[in-house]
Design a protein around this ligand. Structure first.
Ligand code: ATP
Length: 202
């Protein structure tokens, strides 16, 4: 299975780019979606989290109260490390399972922290959705109604634009329109399709 990693900082356009890949018939595995699936109501992980942090992190409907959990791990290094040790292997295993189940000529793994969490090691090539930082901030503010400081704080916890540019195999510039982004994705898709089909026929 040819796995292509797709990443980019907050608000860079990963969701928009993966939607364009999906329109080309490519299966998408989304690390953020998997991260929610592993703690869904009734899951073993959620039971462990509740046993560790207390039942107050479970909502009345049985789902994880993310805000309450964030508060528990905020500024608490040990609690954060405990949670990461529990969740990272589960998320990784579930990502691998979904990648293996993919049916398209290649599969795209979307992850905001693809490089930061070493998920690029699962990939044959990586794609960076790249925008200037000012645009990242303005698009995220418009989407989420948050302050520029809040966006900057998240950006500070991610690799810099330069580090990601240096690590990526392909870079897609998303400073134009959504239609421009779609065209860039379609063009890269043709290359990747070629690469994947030659690889599998060998
Ligand atoms: P996050 O990591 O925060 O989930 P993301 O990388 O998935 O973000 P998107 O949600 O795809 O980013 O894009 C951020 C916002 O910018 C969205 O509201 C999206 O509709 C908008 N957007 C994406 N690409 C463009 C573009 N080329 N022109 C204008 N707006 C765009």
């Amino acid at each position: 299975m040819v796995i292509i990693g797709l990443t980019g900082g907050i608000g860079s356009g990963k969701s928009a780019a993966s939607a364009a890949f999906a329109e080309c018939g490519i299966d998408i595995v989304d690390a953020d979606v998997v991260a929610r699936q592993v703690v869904q109501p009734g899951s073993e992980a959620l039971a462990k989290i509740s046993a560790h942090f207390g039942a107050s992190i479970i909502r009345a409907n049985g789902s994880l109260d993310r805000a309450a959990l964030r508060e528990k791990i905020f500024a608490n290094h040990d609690a954060k490390a405990w949670l990461n040790n529990l969740l990272h292997p589960l998320i990784r295993a579930q990502i691998i399972q979904q990648l293996q189940a993919a049916k398209s000529p290649y599969v795209v793994l979307v992850a905001p922290l693809l490089f930061e969490n070493g998920l690029d090691a699962l990939c044959q090539a990586t794609v960076l959705i790249d925008v200037p930082e000012a645009l990242q901030i303005s698009r995220t503010q418009k989407r989420d109604g948050v302050s520029s400081e809040q966006v900057r704080a998240i950006m500070a916890s991610q690799w810099s634009r330069q580090e990601k540019q240096a690590a990526a195999t392909y870079i897609i510039d998303n400073s134009g329109t959504v239609a421009d982004l779609k065209r860039h994705v379609e063009s890269l898709h043709r290359q990747l399709f070629e690469l994947a089909t030659t690889k599998t026929s060998q």
